[in-house]
Design a protein around this ligand. Structure first.
Ligand SMILES: [Cu+2]
Length: 758
């Protein structure tokens, strides 16, 4: 019986790779280097990265669902090698149904079938991390360096309840490399990896190093990385002025201002093997001295994250148990970066600080009820605290006090879930799950820059708005029920069909519920959409509840070298948190406006198609073709307006070649025009475009070399989900900058990178 569940259970077991296999692998690779043409007949299946990740003995807690609702990202893929990027979210580019909402260079926001940001559950090493910033500049994936990832999985739409709650669009599960141990009695393991890369367009350069020592019971590992980049260049001039708002500082007409960044990551982990149990402690720190944002009014001028993660995995006769506790502390600072005007009268900039603290814990068990039944039960807890405050600047409208954007913000979650997986017979596997989540949020009283009803307060309504907010009942409690039903039908060796049905609920975040000021200058600082508008919260927002139905048809050859997967989906969201005009105000076309969050109803439907096939084999190697097509259509059912930031119909086609250690590809990415975006947000239209990328990769035993050219033709294009260009000038004034320009994509860029393991 082809027991799919087996893979989930055996993943929590000791897996061993024999020395003999490694020796054979090394010999084979040696042969390949010596004789590339001969090697063509023996294609290298393992990429260098996989080879680097070979583990003599590994224990992981990875509990993949029996039903293949998830897509595992190939971290060694030629198309997007993890060692060659700074932005972990960018690794998701080739996953069916996923697109990226561009933000800063390190922190683009993945969108799954039109739902992004807090609508997705993103777990890094089991930790639920929350963006502590009114622009969500520091989302969960920005804290994990791609080079330090061991696995990355995407659950689109119908997510098993054991994988995520408090989200409606899907889950992304990122795990660093699992600790490895020497075999009992064998010599200790000492391994490491160093890598570096450069990219021509924005002069990006980065490097990483990891060092590991392990004996048969103890593992200690350090991983560090750093990267830095300048602003990038578009394929052509796109703006009318070089002025940045700073005397003497200009930005060329083809430069996408406010896109530079710099980061540094350090992580130390220790693991102890106790029989078949595993105890892991990971301490991490990230420091981002600068990350600029072309679609926000502000830039990140400092972000420091410190995190601690403790996990215990234990195995019993009846199954397995995972216990986890984590803590994260974030200190986030914003101000106007080098491409944005800094002085406003006598006010030197506008400091904005966000301090976030997260404490979380979970207990999860996998219980083998019988040979055909698996039960997952678990409990999760998370306590989040946020202070978002803007210290006074100068003696004008931003003085004399600190503006309290969110004061003593609290968001606590407690969840319980149970999930039953059953193999009915050879053809059918089913999974049923229920999850209850109790979410409470609260925020303290606030005040603006001035307490008295002075001139500034009159103009900006800070006193009126804060008084109304302070008088409101801000303590909220939501009881959220999720339910998921999945069934997999194996028609024969060449066709699998999956049916998914789910109800998923997400409570509003603190910025959606508790930002209070309608003053345009304050409201435009509260913007997670990147659309240049201002946003005001609503204390009475209700949780979003999505009802999702999807079916996946998976035709494939027995060896899966040829496959076609088609997944149509339909999602209806009750109380979808969209934006409306402020009470008594109208949205003015072709300019930026202040909007308010409001519950609406929405629907999104679409289809993901992915496939691959071998083409031919000749003296130049094995040739293949890959294709990916994504389509989503989102509508607000109350206003019949389009939903914001839905990626237009897009397709990627790749011609792949494998020859000896080479793995090459030529990609064509084609995206349809966006002609009808969200009217309430004055979403900017973007033209369709086609890009070509060439990627070459060569793997030796311990070395991997990557090089390529992105956007070969230096095509100029605008990012359909990159938001509004607010990158330079007088950005503190809502319409002090011109409306109507989207953020351009990057022009031609050559890259090369090398990774060496030892
Ligand atoms: Cu920020």
């Amino acid at each position: 019986m082809s027991r799919i569940v087996a893979s989930s259970r055996s993943s929590f077991a000791l897996s061993k790779t024999t020395q003999r296999w490694q020796a054979a692998h090394a010999a084979l690779l040696g042969l390949l280097i010596a004789s590339p043409l001969l090697a063509a007949e023996e294609p290298v299946k393992e990429t260098a990265r996989e080879a680097l990740l070979l583990k003599p003995t590994v224990i992981t807690a990875e509990s993949t669902s029996a039903l293949s609702t998830s897509t595992e990202v190939d971290l060694g893929a030629t198309a997007s090698p993890a060692t060659l990027t700074d932005d972990s979210a960018a690794l998701l580019r080739g996953v069916p149904g996923v697109s990226l909402n561009a933000a800063g260079g390190l922190s683009s926001l993945p969108s799954i079938r039109g739902l992004a940001d807090d609508r997705l559950r993103i777990k890094v090493d089991g930790m639920d991390l929350i963006a502590s910033c009114p622009n969500h500049m520091n989302p969960a994936l920005s804290y994990v360096d791609p080079s330090n990832l061991g696995s990355l999985k995407v659950y689109a739409g119908v997510t098993p309840v054991s994988v995520g709650g408090d989200s409606i669009g899907g889950s992304i599960v990122a795990e660093r490399a699992a600790p490895e141990f020497a075999e009992s009695g064998a010599q200790s393991l000492n391994k490491g990896e160093v890598g570096a890369y450069v990219r021509s367009n924005n002069d990006a350069r980065g490097g990483h190093v990891s060092l590991m020592h392990a004996n048969d019971v103890f593992n200690i590992r350090y991983a560090g990385s750093t990267s830095k980049a300048n602003n990038y260049m578009a394929g052509d001039d796109f703006k009318a002025t070089t002025a940045t708002g700073r005397p003497g500082e200009t930005s060329p007409l083809d430069e996408v201002a406010s896109t530079a960044y710099e980061t540094r990551n350090d992580e130390l982990s220790m693991a102890l093997k106790l029989g078949e149990d595993l105890l892991e402690l990971t301490l991490g720190q990230q420091k981002v001295p600068q990350e600029l944002f072309p679609n926000q009014r502000m830039d990140m001028t400092d972000n420091t994250q410190k995190r601690m993660n403790l996990r215990y995995l234990s195995e019993f006769d009846w199954g397995s148990l995972e216990t986890q506790v984590y803590h994260e502390k974030v200190e986030h600072e914003m101000n106007f970066g080098p491409d944005k005007q800094f002085w406003y009268g006598n006010a030197p900039g506008m400091p904005m600080n966000s301090d976030g603290k997260t404490l979380g814990g979970s207990v999860k068990a996998e219980i083998e009820l019988s040979a055909d039944d698996l039960l997952r039960v678990g409990s999760e807890y998370q306590r989040y605290r946020l202070d978002d405050y803007w210290p006074a600047s100068g003696t004008g409208g931003m003085s004399p006090n600190t503006f309290e954007n969110i004061n003593d913000g609290e968001r606590d979650r407690a969840a319980l879930f149970a999930e039953w997986e059953r193999e009915l017979n050879q053809a059918w596997t089913t999974q049923l799950g229920v999850r209850y989540e109790h979410v409470t949020t609260d925020a303290g009283e606030v005040h603006g820059y001035a307490d008295t009803n002075g001139m500034g307060m009159m103009v900006s309504n800070q006193r009126r708005d804060s008084a109304a907010f302070n008088a409101s009942d801000r303590s909220k409690s939501d009881n959220n029920w999720d339910a998921t039903a999945l069934a997999r039908y194996q028609h024969d060796a060449n066709l699998d069909i999956e049916f998914g049905l789910a109800r998923k609920v997400r409570s509003p975040n603190l910025y959606e519920r508790y930002t209070w000021s309608t003053w345009p200058m304050a409201a435009i600082m509260n913007n997670v959409a990147g659309d240049g508008n201002g946003y005001v919260g609503d204390v009475d927002l209700k949780p979003e509840a999505a009802h999702i139905v999807s079916t996946s048809f998976d035709w494939h050859s027995t060896d899966r070298r040829q496959e076609l997967k088609v997944t149509p989906f339909y999602t209806y969201v009750d109380n979808y948190i969209d934006a409306v005009a402020l009470p008594g105000q109208a949205v003015v076309a072709e300019q930026y406006n202040v909007l308010q969050y409001a519950n609406q109803s929405a629907r999104i439907y679409g289809v993901d198609v992915s496939g691959r096939m071998p083409l031919t084999q000749n003296d130049l190697g094995q040739w293949g073709a890959e294709a990916l097509v994504n389509y989503s259509n989102g509508e607000n059912r109350d206003t019949h307006d389009e939903l914001y930031n839905i990626m237009p119909l897009n397709a990627t086609f790749a011609l792949t070649q494998k020859l000896g250690g080479w793995s090459n590809s030529l990609e064509m990415v084609t995206v349809q025009a966006k002609n009808d975006g969200s009217d309430v947000r004055n979403e900017i239209e973007t033209a369709g475009y086609t890009l070509f990328n060439l990627r070459l990769s060569h793997s030796w035993d311990q070395v991997r070399l990557d090089m390529g050219v992105e956007n070969l033709a230096d095509k100029f294009y605008y990012l359909p989900t990159g938001g509004a260009y607010t990158a330079q000038g007088r950005t503190m004034s809502m319409n002090g900058i011109a409306w109507g320009t989207a953020v351009p994509g990057m022009g031609r860029s050559y890259y090369t990178g090398v990774t060496v393991s030892f």
